[in-house]
Design a protein around this ligand. Sequence first.
Ligand code: KG4
Ligand code: ZN
Length: 442
Amino acid sequence: MSSYLFASSRCSVSRFSLLLGSSLPFFGIKSSAPRFTRLRHTSKSWAHLCTRSSSKLFSALSSPPPAHDDVIMLGIETSCDDTAAAVVRGNGDILSQVVSSQTDLLSRYGGVAPKMAEEAHSLVIDQFNLLILLNCITVGVQKARRLAGVFNLPIVGVHHMEAHALVARLTERNLQFPFLALLISGGHNLLILAHKLGHYLQLGTTIDDAIGEAYDKTARWLGLDMRKGGGPALEELALEGDANSINFSIPMRQHKDCNFSYAGLKTQVRLAIESRMISMENNPISLANLDDRRSRADIAASFQRVAVLHLEERCQRAIEWALKIEPSIKYLVVSGGVASNKYVRARLSHVVENNGLELVCPPPSLCTDNGVMVAWTGIEHFLLGRFDPPPPADEPEDAMFELRPRWPLGEEYSQGKSEARSLKRARVFPSLTSMIQGSVQN
Ligand code: KG4
Ligand code: ZN
């Protein structure tokens, strides 16, 4: 098991795409509904995955790539909160999709419980008939490699955040490179300029928490029902509140860059809760009287207004920067779990329209973690000849890959480097973009 690198404070995630090919046997769960099956369940985390040797991350095709319709990809996404798989055809048809979240576990334990997550993954994956009892960090990867080995299929390691961005190209066929993307999830806030496939410039990132983490924590402190997920529960409660009732300050205004910070807003929320004498422990909102509920709704609405204002301000600046670098940009993609929030979508659509651009938001089911985005990203890379050959059928379980916690997607825009951020984090891995550029040159 030592070939894995673990994300520091979070469990890790695996994402893989397998090329099934049209002549190969179909596997995965075929949904009874024509396009989607959703098994409910939940929780959170990430890290990124790729093969051990960066030079082998992608192998060039020796023969011309196949026609799009001939490519069928199985995407596998496993994290501490979700297990998802999907089968997607090269032309974008979603042949099957399943998502299982561990909501019950999250609500019972108030966060990720890795051991529980591990067990739930195994149960669900067993239903898929894909995975055996292994811990949640290795489960998706090992099964993907095992399947690829047994069926002699090429395999593509997929960067989770790239998959969040690229799934927008499946839902919006006019979306050509270059484009700007805001990726907002439980662990990431990223503003990237996508020059072309595999070539990304990072305009901004979070210096501490991501917005999804702030939504989840606030929801838990307010005693919301976490079974539907902290973000959706908070979005719902905010509809009852007065968004201007509390004047939380907008993060990082003094930093004229595109980076994010949500730790300070979380602290402001905690103080607001404490000052209203709302207990943060074992205090479900279902037991609150009308005044108490109103008070919590005001906090939720005020938090959401300011959390999203921070996104709006950073997007405005990112659009200005991006248009200077790539004047042909027409789209802002907003994706990741938080992009399923209606208030977020509405506010960002104003920013985008004011700048003469178009907003592309995948449907909510493709914004939150899903197998389709992994399969689609696998297809995009495969069609450019970037994939690994089938692993040996008898590959030992612990030998062939490593997880890359906080694997950067792109190089940092030099103007975008924040002093606050560089103090916080040293980069551990070369970015996906630099690896791809390197393999192209070699
Ligand atoms: O991308 P995602 O599904 O998983 C990660 O990669 O983290 O994002 C999950 C995050 C969670 O923090 C969840 O609370 C948040 O997205 N989220 C929302 C909404 N739906 C999911 N946040 C706000 N409003 C929502 N409707
Ligand atoms: Zn995600």
